[in-house]
Design a protein around this ligand. Structure first.
Ligand SMILES: [Zn+2]
Length: 322
């Protein structure tokens, strides 16, 4: 899970074409010894910019999309996951709102693919995402989603899941890999959320690469399909983190901004809104409708302001739609 100030997450596409980031200039892990990039940052920036311009000219700006971030779904979660959890009843009521207001859930991979290619999304698209990989997502959320044929994305912290790869450190009961496979078989996209859930921007280059690559590799081994989508633990990223996640083979990644996702954010910094145990149905309606999102999350923003400033100072590589 993500301790506050924000959740994190990114996941992989289940049910979407297995994907390597086609066309990415650095689609495979960099072996360069000059750092995380095998091309100069200046060359990359120029490349992104020219592609961005070409795409912007190709059509109208798509409407912003709410990306809902959940963690545990459980009647009685562990204390460490309580605040960012929801009850099974609240989750069902929230999916009633989604259905009742004519929203169409899509996976992270589907949103990114549409924004990459300029193709249309279904009416009122929304993303339902779960970070960390708690067991209640299978037990309580999946039946609600399956009943409505709603796709979602689950971003798993690969080392938190029980089994031979476990690192320990999980905050609550996690999914088994068998349950992850069942979620994938039911149309859930499985994405990556790092291997051991560190603050990625605090790691040295070697460890950072390991966290992204190991997670992608393990999910690929367990599911037979490597994930395309990633969510940053704690919702933070830096230019270096985004570049490493891209080089590890992820085609898109989700952050936490308590704002709607917009195409201009780029594929490696799509923002999400947090759903919590304290979120009332009225607040949820405002969230999914994109009304008053900033006001609801003023406190979160204050807590993450330091990170936001650090990111801006470094010069944001938000990514590019390729
Ligand atoms: Zn997390």
């Amino acid at each position: 899970m993500n301790g506050d100030p924000a959740g994190s997450g990114a996941g992989g596409p289940a049910g979407s074409p297995a994907g390597s980031p086609a066309g990415s200039p650095t689609g495979s892990p960099a072996r360069s010894n000059t750092g995380s990039h095998s091309r100069s940052p200046a060359a990359d920036r120029a490349g992104y910019r020219s592609r961005g311009r070409a795409e912007e000219e190709s059509g109208p700006v798509p409407a912003p999309v709410p990306i809902l971030m959940y963690h545990a779904v459980a009647p009685d979660p562990a204390p460490a996951t309580l605040g960012l959890s929801v009850t099974p009843e609240a989750f069902a009521a929230q999916m009633d709102v989604v259905a009742g207001r004519g929203f169409t859930p899509v996976t992270t991979a589907a949103l990114a693919a549409a924004w990459r290619s300029g193709t249309a999304l279904p009416p009122r698209p929304v993303l339902v995402t779960f970070d960390d990989g708690y067991e209640g997502v299978h037990r309580y959320a999946l039946p609600v989603l399956a009943r409505r044929s709603f796709p979602s994305t689950v971003f798993v912290t690969s080392g938190w899941l029980p089994g031979r790869h476990t690192t320990g450190g999980a905050l609550d009961t996690m999914l088994s890999w068998e349950q992850v496979r069942e979620l994938a078989a039911a149309g859930t996209e499985i994405g990556g959320h790092s291997h051991s859930h560190p603050q990625l921007d605090q790691l040295d280059a070697r460890r950072l690469r390991f966290e992204a690559l190991r997670c992608r590799e393990l999910i690929g081994e367990e599911l037979g399909t490597a994930p395309d989508s990633f969510a940053y633990p704690y919702g933070y990223s830096s230019r270096r983190v985004r570049a490493t996640v891209r080089e590890a083979g992820f085609a898109q990644a989700l952050a936490v901004g308590n704002a709607l996702a917009r195409r201009r954010q780029g594929p490696y910094a799509l923002e999400r809104v947090t759903v919590r145990r304290s979120t009332t149905t009225e607040e949820f309606v405002r969230l999914v409708e994109g009304r008053g999102v900033g006001r609801n999350f003023a406190a979160d923003r204050a807590m993450t302001k330091g990170y936001a400033l650090a990111r801006r100072a470094r010069g944001a590589l938000r990514g590019h739609w390729i």
